[in-house]
Design a binder for this molecule. Structure first.
Ligand SMILES: *Cc1c(COP(=O)(O)O)cnc(C)c1O
Ligand SMILES: [Zn+2]
Length: 420
């Protein structure tokens, strides 16, 4: 916390001194999400891009001056960070942009972007000697918290909708979490988890409630910029459910801009599923984001299914203040994007991860991307998280596969069908 100066309420701008806040602004209850502020002048005195380049630690902890953690922290011993930024030249040409990159966060230890935030959560929980940590999640934040907790021996209780993909529930059980399957939506699980955390005094990791989660998520921006030798891309595509990732990506870019390490702010494009497009609607119709009521969320992309995006203030600001936009894609477009992306790049994404690829293609059709632009899109989760939907893509796209008895003669009968 050395370089944290204070926190501000995203609704009323009220300031809270270091150590003088728990999670949210008391005047605004659960909606009063805080934004952690740093003393950039102090960071500038001790930290430079050159110094960063010399650091052999490639994990997110290399950015520690920008993270809200103490000097002497117990760093979880599973590696979080340094995911590949893959250059896609022929796809860039097809889309008619100068450069195209895929940041593959499906490669993080529990196979989703959420590890970046959960790593911070376990460190914060240790700082306050929390006995139990909790979160509600559509599945990935839970798996991330669960895995990170296992790595440091931290007890935890997880609330997920009973409909969460099996692979995600399996992760939780393997990591030894106490798992509560909630008979309801993610939004229901979220409310229940907040109530239970208050009742029992557990450390609360919830997205769009615990202000430190955006701070972990912003490390993705730091990595992208280091990987691009500090030349900021023109556009970054992020899939949006609660809006914490896009808010975090924005925060990282703002940090870098305040440091003078980048000279341009990329446009942020939030991609939502058509059946869970609260942010898209609010942005498009210029609605009051604090007052806009919850919608019914229904999409195959479980990780971005959120009726009331908890980090909606930061998420709207990320797009508006960078002159970006929100885009929505249908479930069918998302399902088709999974094999399309996998075949063209070798990266197998879960639905919410492939949604950004569907969004890139849609943006290109809509003329949002210009020929001289550099575009980054993020895969937020591994395809192995949700095999059921991947197999739906097999059906939907009429993919063929073959069965044969183990004999060359039999194989010869089908060999001519194995055409590309
Ligand atoms: C959580 C998640 C998202 C969306 O992040 P939000 O912060 O909820 O907007 C997107 N993709 C995957 C795979 C996720 O797990
Ligand atoms: Zn407030």
């Amino acid at each position: 916390m050395k370089y944290v100066s204070h926190a501000t309420c995203t609704i009323c701008n009220k300031t809270f001194e270091k150590g003088a806040f728990d999670y949210v602004c008391p005047d605004h209850g659960n909606e009063g999400i805080l934004d952690i502020q740093y003393d950039y002048d102090a960071i500038k005195k001790v930290f430079t891009r050159e110094k960063l380049a010399e650091d052999k630690d490639l994990s997110i902890w290399r950015y520690k001056p920008f993270l809200p953690v103490g000097e002497k922290i117990m760093v979880p011993n599973i590696f979080v960070g340094n995911t590949p930024l893959i250059k896609l030249d022929s796809l860039a040409e097809q889309l008619g942009v100068k450069k195209l990159y895929l940041k593959d966060d499906g490669r993080l230890p529990t196979a989703s972007f959420k590890d970046r935030a959960s790593a911070i959560a376990v460190v914060k929980a240790k700082e306050v000697n929390a006995e139990i940590v909790t979160t509600a999640s559509t599945g990935n934040a839970a798996a991330a918290l669960s895995g990170l907790c296992a790595s440091v021996g931290q007890k935890n209780i997880i609330f997920v909708p009973a409909t969460a993909p099996r692979a995600k529930v399996a992760q939780l059980l393997m990591f030894g979490s106490k798992v509560v399957l909630v008979d309801g939506t993610y939004d229901d699980a979220f409310e229940l988890c907040l109530d239970a955390a208050n009742e029992y005094g557990w450390y609360n990791r919830n997205t769009g409630y615990n202000p430190y989660m955006s701070e972990g998520k912003k490390t993705c921006s730091f990595e992208i910029l280091e990987q691009l030798a500090w030349k900021a891309p023109d556009v970054v595509f992020v899939s949006v459910g609660d809006g914490c990732i896009i808010g975090g990506i924005h925060k990282g870019l703002k940090d870098l801009s305040a440091m003078g390490w980048i000279d341009k702010m990329p446009r942020l494009i939030g991609v939502q599923a058509q059946g869970s497009s609260y942010m898209y609607q609010a942005w498009k119709n210029n609605e009051d984001i604090v007052k806009k009521p919850s919608i019914n969320a229904n999409t195959i992309a479980d990780s971005i299914s959120a009726g009331l995006p908890r980090d909606r203030i930061k998420a709207l600001n990320a797009v508006n203040s960078t002159l970006g936009e929100y885009i929505k894609v249908s479930d069918e477009e998302i399902i088709r994007a999974i094999p399309d992306l996998a075949k063209k790049t070798g990266v197998f994404a879960e639905p919410a991860g492939a949604a950004t690829w569907a969004g890139v293609k849609k943006a290109s059709q809509k003329g949002i991307l210009k020929p001289d632009e550099t575009v980054v899109f993020i895969n937020t989760g591994s395809g192995l998280k949700d095999i059921k939907t991947a197999m739906k893509a097999v059906e939907l796209t009429g993919m063929k596969y073959f069965k044969v008895e183990p004999s060359l003669d039999k194989f010869k009968k089908i060999a001519s069908d194995l055409r590309f």
